[in-house]
Write a protein that binds this ligand. Structure first.
Ligand SMILES: Cc1cc2nc3c(=O)[nH]c(=O)nc-3n(C[C@H](O)[C@H](O)[C@H](O)COP(=O)(O)O)c2cc1C
Length: 192
């Protein structure tokens, strides 16, 4: 059982990264060897925009070669995806959007359908809602089941730690993921 956390912020240790990692840490703190976790920051990765070539309708994979491919493979392998983005002008930042747009190539044969997802948005003041709506649009289109969302407020790196509600919600979501994984794991043992 694999949980993959992705932060789309260019700030490697920024507020989005903190919230995504908080959930991962909660799961890790349980120390269940059956549950693997991985965290990826898209910061520093070369992720080109979708060029709308439509070649992926045939190839079922993006024909562009860059760092997107390795992250996409990890996403296909995961059971639970946690994806977060900072808010830039009332929506996800460009880097997160490039990452999302490229997943069009995984949509044609529904490679992500049936997985579970948590979406996270961070803003300084306003616009978190649309960021969440964009991320929900991404996970709903692909057919993920929603395990909920976290929306937090913070401006400078680390400010999010003062948003007690968001921090508590991360723990609650972590608990929800653990329950789901435990149930799924128990069911798979029963079937063996
Ligand atoms: C280009 C840019 C646009 C932004 N637009 C908004 C916005 O529309 N609403 C808002 O509340 N904060 C906005 N912010 C602030 C960021 O959302 C905020 O600093 C957030 O904590 C960044 O998250 P990160 O540390 O994960 O990158 C903007 C910041 C930048 C750099």
């Amino acid at each position: 059982m694999k949980v993959l956390g992705i932060s789309g912020s260019i700030r490697k240790n920024g507020n989005t990264a903190i919230l995504v990692k908080k959930i991962i840490e909660y799961i890790d703190s349980e120390g269940c060897s059956e549950f693997e976790t991985e965290y990826i920051s898209l910061s520093g990765l070369n992720i080109k925009p979708c060029i709308g070539c439509e070649k992926c309708k045939e190839s079922k994979w993006c024909v562009q070669k860059d760092d997107w491919n390795a992250v996409a493979e990890k996403m296909i392998e995961c059971d639970v995806l946690i994806i977060g983005s900072p808010t830039y002008f009332y929506d996800v930042n460009g880097h997160s959007k490039n990452f999302i747009d490229r997943t069009y190539s995984l949509y044609h044969d529904r490679k992500l359908a049936g997985k579970n997802a948590v979406v996270i948005s961070v803003c300084a003041d306003r616009g978190c809602e649309r960021t969440l709506a964009t991320l929900e649009g991404f996970v709903n289109t692909h057919g993920f089941s929603s395990l909920g969302f976290v929306s937090g407020r913070g401006f400078k790196e680390g400010d999010i730690l003062k948003d007690e509600h968001a921090i508590k919600k991360c723990d609650a979501i972590g608990e929800r993921i653990l329950k789901l994984l435990s149930n799924t794991h128990r069911d798979s043992i029963k079937q063996d």
